[in-house]
Structures are given as structure tokens and as C-alpha cells.
Design a protein around this ligand. Structure first.
Ligand SMILES: CC(C)(COP(=O)(O)OP(=O)(O)OC[C@H]1O[C@@H](n2cnc3c(N)ncnc32)[C@H](O)[C@@H]1OP(=O)(O)O)[C@@H](O)C(=O)NCCC(=O)NCCS
Length: 179
């Protein structure tokens, strides 16, 4: 990578075919198809927007999915900015790309007046996200799975305030599948 990538926010439905295949190439590099993933059986929500870090040859080096969801936190209605599908090409890691793409997504959530942002992650990534200002949600998270409300236990929810001061404990309900 000779230059810093350019980060841009996209509506997923507006990605060109070339941009879609650049994202697929990134996904394949990060998640080789021969490696099984334990989250395969979970019903996930698709992102609506994404931040992509492009190199000078229009290759996608980094990707962050974004979704806006109306849910509840301790029974109060909240607007949640969801982050998902965070990935950086193995050859471009530890240069701050994921951190920059997440910041761009948070900026978008601020423009959209979301109360807080939420992601779910493997316990091994908690330290990485904590260093970016996220905190573990120390409560229960409810989601919808095939129409049924259920507690999410697959991995760890983490939150980061955006426009509201919020409690990182209690009950959060995503009112839909996770992301
Ligand atoms: C997790 C992942 C997205 C991180 O991507 P990344 O672009 O390497 O992330 P960053 O560069 O912003 O930060 C990663 C580390 O590099 C460090 N770093 C950032 N800039 C750096 C630089 N210029 N030089 C050296 N290290 C740097 C950060 O401090 C961070 O270290 P930490 O983990 O000790 O906090 C990437 O490893 C990945 O794609 N993993 C596989 C998919 C995955 O697990 N996704 C997460 C789903 S929740």
C-alpha cells in the first residue's frame, strides 16, 4: 500500500458491480471459504450502508457495515447505529484502517442523530474495541431469530455513546436480528 486509502461511505444498494466484486475479494481474503464460521446458523441483518477504505487501484482494503435500527434500552425507545462485518485485508492490518473506517461510520451515526452505536464481537477483540472507546454491554441483549424474541449469547455486545449519555447495563432489545 503506497498511499493512505480513501475512506468513503456508501449506500449498499448504490455500489457498482466493480465495487461489489472488490468487496467480495476482500471478504474472501479475510474469510477463506474453506474455513467454517460458528455464526453460520444465526440470522443476521444485512447492513444498509458501509464505509470502505479504497486503495489507489480501487481495491477494497477495509470494510465496515452500518445499519440504523429503532430498538429499546431499559424500555426506552432508542435509535441505534449498528456496526458489523468489520474487516481489513490481511496485508493491510495494524495501520489503523479499521479504526478510521469505524470513526467514519460513527460520524455518519452522529449526523443521523443515533443515541449510541452497538456491535457484537468475539471476546478476543474486546481490547481492540475498548481502545477505540467502546465498552462491553453488561446486561442482556434481545434479538429476533426467525420471528422469535431471544437472548443473544453468540458473542459480546459492545456499545459506544453517539448523541446520548447511556447506561451500558440493563436490557437492550434490537427488535430484529443482530448485525
Ligand atoms: C480486527 C481487524 C478488523 C482489525 O483491523 P485493522 O485495520 O488491522 O485495525 P487497526 O489497524 O485499526 O487496529 C489494529 C491494531 O493495530 C494497531 N495499529 C493501528 N495503527 C497502527 C500503526 N500505524 N502501526 C502499528 N500498529 C497500529 C492498533 O493499535 C491495534 O492494536 P490493538 O489491537 O492492540 O488495539 C482485522 O484484524 C480483521 O479483519 N480481522 C478479521 C475479521 C474480524 O475479526 N473482524 C472483526 C469482527 S467484530
Amino acid at each position: 500500500m503506497s498511499q493512505q486509502p480513501v475512506f468513503s461511505l456508501h449506500c449498499l444498494s448504490d455500489l457498482t458491480l466493480e465495487q461489489q466484486s472488490a468487496c467480495q475479494a476482500l471478504s474472501l481474503a479475510v474469510y477463506p471459504p474453506e474455513e467454517a464460521w460458528a455464526g453460520e446458523s444465526i440470522e443476521w441483518s444485512a447492513s444498509e450502508w458501509c464505509v470502505i477504505g479504497w486503495d489507489e487501484n480501487q481495491r477494497a482494503l477495509c470494510y465496515v457495515g452500518a445499519i440504523i435500527r429503532s430498538g429499546t434500552l431499559n424500555d426506552a425507545s432508542v435509535k441505534i447505529g449498528g456496526i458489523g462485518g468489520v474487516k481489513t485485508h490481511p496485508g493491510a492490518r495494524r495501520k489503523g484502517l479499521a479504526a478510521s473506517a469505524i470513526e467514519r461510520a460513527i460520524e455518519f451515526f452522529r449526523e443521523q442523530k443515533t443515541d449510541f452505536s452497538l456491535l457484537v464481537c468475539d471476546p478476543r477483540l474486546v481490547g481492540f474495541y475498548e481502545r477505540l472507546g467502546w465498552q462491553c454491554f453488561e446486561g442482556e441483549m434481545f434479538v429476533t431469530q426467525r420471528g422469535q424474541r431471544s437472548v443473544f449469547k453468540f458473542n459480546l455486545p459492545m456499545i459506544r455513546p453517539v448523541c446520548a449519555t447511556i447506561s451500558a447495563t440493563g436490557v437492550v432489545d434490537l427488535k430484529g436480528p443482530p448485525w
